[in-house]
Design a protein around this ligand. Structure first.
Ligand SMILES: Nc1nc2c(c(=O)[nH]1)N[C@H]1C(S)=C(S)[C@@H](COP(=O)(O)OP(=O)(O)OC[C@H]3O[C@@H](n4cnc5c(=O)[nH]c(N)nc54)[C@H](O)[C@@H]3O)O[C@H]1N2
Ligand SMILES: Nc1nc2c(c(=O)[nH]1)N[C@H]1C(S)=C(S)[C@@H](COP(=O)(O)OP(=O)(O)OC[C@H]3O[C@@H](n4cnc5c(=O)[nH]c(N)nc54)[C@H](O)[C@@H]3O)O[C@H]1N2
Ligand code: SF4
Ligand SMILES: [Mo]
Length: 727
């Protein structure tokens, strides 16, 4: 019998996604290392829920392929270990030379999904860019759902929050699958399935708009199985139906909305017969949706996921969907008690419109493409152009933190060319990912459970349903012999070496004495109701005794109105009527899909996650497979007007006719020529960023991609040879 070693239970929460599931970590007291993880049944928010990839969080800490010491790429393309201090010195020296030659714009940062939960990092990245004088902050938002910012900045937004699912009579989810993605769609991101079932049991009606009968659609009272990319037509039609029947909230519109007649005129041509021809939905189902949403319900809104934000005309579809919420007045009013008031940064909720601001029209602009900023960020899909377009001010140095652009960016081959064209690519990354392989330096970070965080972080607090906070302490020691760095400290150390003092939460940082993560958290929560000492006394988290968040009365400034039909929106809507619905050349539409086992590329190297899904099949409706003349598990080639890929076809009766559903970020680096059955294939090969991008935010067409399909008789070796080369 093996000798048992003393184990201590420590409390924490998983931060891979916005779920923030409470977990218990078993720690070997002698080594300090984490040895096991499970959902914490007594966690008041998540009550024991944890998903398959979250439960690999301790595997990830101890993974045999974890990068444990800083690495520098050598002339042969391999990597050599190098002391952390030397890596930081060298990186800073190269940056200094590049900025002296090409100005501060030549330095950029890209923050991926795993950079959104680390509280000190969230603050320091922006301050670091301010200090070095570069506006080039890129994040996943602009290859994800930046249409939400565009809509809010053209339409205006309400300061009192939309209705929450827990207090709604109806909810419409458009192109999102929160049962799997735990997405941010008017819900509390905890125990999502139970939450939906409970809401439905008390009578809430659920409408889901999705070309696939997703797990969420399977729960719906009404599933509108739309043709991909036709959300604009649907929402124009629903608005027309609501306004024609007088189902809008006329008092709310009178007080807060302008351009209602212009909206009415703009949607007039979208009668339900015409919309039916575009969307493939029946007129009866759309009428039913309009009645359920607007006539028969008082509370509850429409919320979108990534489906429509990745489809063409994503800014317009979001505008129209939000306009439906606006005309139906689906917002909290003065006096309403709301969730998500914020404890780290208390939020003041006010019952008024914040008018459109169109921040992208102001300086600074991207040098090569001319895009402006959105939410203080530049457009990620245009970053490769910024690197590849010659001329002064070219981006020559990129720090990646918590992301994997070589796998995740649209226009895969252009992205790889751009990453290879950088003078300096640094990635703060625990694994040898596709991006790490191309980097000049890999700085391995402490991971969740080894670093300090706050539940939901300061940018995710509106999702926290309760006045509950948990200090997520560094409960596990880093691996023996490792030399890791906290994500935030990379920026601090570089600032020191570049002689650019940093601000942090409004105060200058001490650049001579390195602060601890606890010091920084203390600064982040200062001014609010939290205290680090109090949180430390409650390692499992604690409810904070704060008054409920009540929406305050707003100002009645006549300039603060929702602009439901601005000229550019009306123009784009008119142009859509002339667009063909289907193309004979590219009759199928490839749609995005997320899997439980992975979060983009997180989990790709976890055996438990990969055992279920060794590659990413192309899912078709069985009748479509028959129509193409292929059997499940046959090889196919999928071709868009930009690129092609080869994959194995599978039948899935939940996928609508004419759609192909496939997950993203697979395939590894093309030059490795690894077999599809081991690594899958990257759907970003099909996506162009030279065209088919939205005008304001460069959001590419990443779903509803027109494609054609043909059967191929490809044995594996032939398949490998067909993988594209990077130019
Ligand atoms: N075709 C297509 N492309 C897509 C999408 C799609 O639907 N279709 N989805 C898009 C979307 S929505 C997104 S958000 C992007 C995602 O784009 P990215 O954020 O660039 O990709 P991820 O795979 O999420 O990258 C997370 C990285 O963080 C690393 N990591 C894990 N733990 C830690 C840690 O503790 N610290 C640090 N520093 N790093 C850590 C992981 O190993 C991984 O490399 O992809 C986009 N790309
Ligand atoms: N398990 C897991 N969870 C995740 C992630 C993950 O990779 N795995 N990724 C995280 C990230 S980065 C994000 S951004 C969120 C995203 O969260 P979600 O937006 O919920 O992502 P999906 O689950 O892909 O759901 C998108 C849905 O849109 C549908 N769709 C595709 N095209 C269209 C269209 O043109 N119109 C309409 N109406 N629907 C369409 C698809 O069929 C799909 O069901 O999830 C996060 N959570
Ligand atoms: S990845 Fe899974 S366990 Fe982790 S927070 Fe998200 S849902 Fe919870
Ligand atoms: Mo995302």
């Amino acid at each position: 019998m093996a000798l048992s070693r003393p184990i201590e239970k420590r409390y924490s929460a998983c931060r891979y996604c916005v779920g923030n599931c409470g977990v218990i970590i078993d720690v070997d007291v002698e080594t300090g290392r984490a040895v096991d993880i499970r959902g914490d049944k007594d966690h008041p928010l998540t009550k024991g829920y944890a998903c398959i990839k979250g439960l690999q969080g301790v595997y990830a800490l101890n993974a045999p392929d974890r990068v444990l010491r800083p690495l520098k790429r050598n002339a042969d393309g391999g990597f050599d270990e190098i002391p952390l201090a030397q890596a930081l010195d060298e990186i800073a020296a190269i940056m200094q030379t590049i900025s002296a030659e090409d100005g501060p714009h030549s330095v950029a940062v890209y923050k991926g999904t795993q950079g959104f939960s680390h509280a000190p990092l969230l603050e320091i990245v922006r301050r670091w860019l301010d200090a070095v004088g570069s506006p080039y902050l890129f994040t996943t938002w602009t290859i994800d759902q930046s249409n939400k910012f565009v809509a809010a900045e053209r339409l205006g937004h309400w300061g009192g929050d939309p209705h929450h699912m827990l207090e709604s009579d109806v909810m419409m989810i458009v192109g999102g699958n929160p049962l799997v993605s735990i997405g941010m769609m008017g819900i509390t991101p905890t125990n999502v399935t139970k939450q939906f079932k409970a809401a439905k049991a008390r009578g809430m009606k659920l409408i889901v708009v999705d070309p696939r009968r997703s797990e969420t659609a399977a729960l719906a009272d009404l599933h509108l199985q739309i043709r991909p990319g036709e959300d604009v037509a649907l929402f124009a039609g629903l608005l027309r139906e609501v306004l024609a029947n007088g189902w809008e909230d006329s008092a709310f519109c009178a007080a807060h909305v302008i351009q209602l007649d212009a909206l009415r005129a703009a949607v007039e041509p979208f009668d339900l017969d015409m919309v039916s021809a575009r969307t493939g939905l029946s007129v009866e189902d759309m009428r039913l949706a309009a009645r359920m949403f607007a006539r028969d319900a008082q509370r509850g809104g429409a919320f979108s996921g990534t489906g429509p934000s990745m489809a063409p005309h994503s800014n317009l579809s979001e505008h129209l969907m939000q306009a439906l919420n606006v005309v139906c007045g689906r917002y909290n009013r003065a006096g309403d008690v709301v969730r998500g008031g914020g404890l780290i940064r208390p939020r003041t909720l006010v019952a008024q419109v914040y008018p459109p601001k169109r921040s992208w029209q102001q300086e600074p602009k991207m040098r090569a493409t001319g895009y402006g900023t959105l939410n203080g960020e530049m457009m990620t899909a245009a970053l490769p152009d910024e690197i590849l377009t010659p001329g002064p001010g070219r981006v020559r140095s990129l720090i990646v933190v918590g992301g994997n652009p070589a796998a995740a960016f649209p226009d895969h081959l252009k992205t790889l060319r751009a990453l290879k064209a950088l003078d300096l690519l640094v990635t703060v990354e625990p694994f040898m990912t596709e991006t790490a392989r191309l980097a000049n330096y890999i700085l391995p970070p402490t991971m969740q459970y080894e670093r300090w965080d706050l539940l939901f972080g300061q940018e995710g607090e509106s999702m926290n349903p309760e006045p509950y906070q948990q200090l997520l302490a560094a409960v596990a020691a880093p691996p023996e012999g490792s030399e890791l760095i906290e994500d935030w400290r990379v920026f601090y150390e570089l600032a020191k070496r570049l002689d650019t003092p940093l601000m942090f939460c409004g105060s200058p940082m001490d650049m001579n004495r390195t602060p601890s993560s606890e010091d920084l958290l203390e600064q982040i929560i200062a001014g609010g109701p939290l205290s680090l000492d109090h949180l430390k006394r409650h390692p499992r988290g604690t409810f904070i005794d704060v008054p409920p968040t009540v929406v305050q009365p707003g100002s009645d400034d006549p300039a603060a109105r929702f602009e439901v039909a601005p000229a550019d929106v009306v123009e784009e809507l008119a142009a859509i009527r002339a667009e063909p619905v289907a193309s004979d050349d590219y009759p199928y539409r490839l749609i995005s899909r997320r899997m439980r086992e992975l979060l983009n590329t997180v989990g790709m190297n976890f055996p438990v996650c990969r055992a279920r899904e060794p590659y990413n099949p192309a899912y078709f409706h069985p009748l479509d497979l028959a129509a193409i003349g292929i059997e499940p598990c046959d090889w196919i080639e999928i071709e868009s007007d930009h690129g092609r890929l080869q994959a194995i076809a599978k039948a899935d009766g939940h996928v609508g006719r004419g759609s192909i559903s496939m997950t993203h970020c697979w395939g590894g680096l093309p030059e490795d020529k690894r077999p599809y059955t081991q690594v899958g294939v990257n759907t970003n090969l099909l996506i162009s960023t030279d065209r088919d991008v939205e005008p304001i935010n460069a959001m590419p067409r990443m779903s509803a991609i027109p494609v054609k399909v043909r059967a191929i008789s490809s044995p594996e070796q032939e398949q490998i040879d067909r993988q594209p080369e990077v130019l």
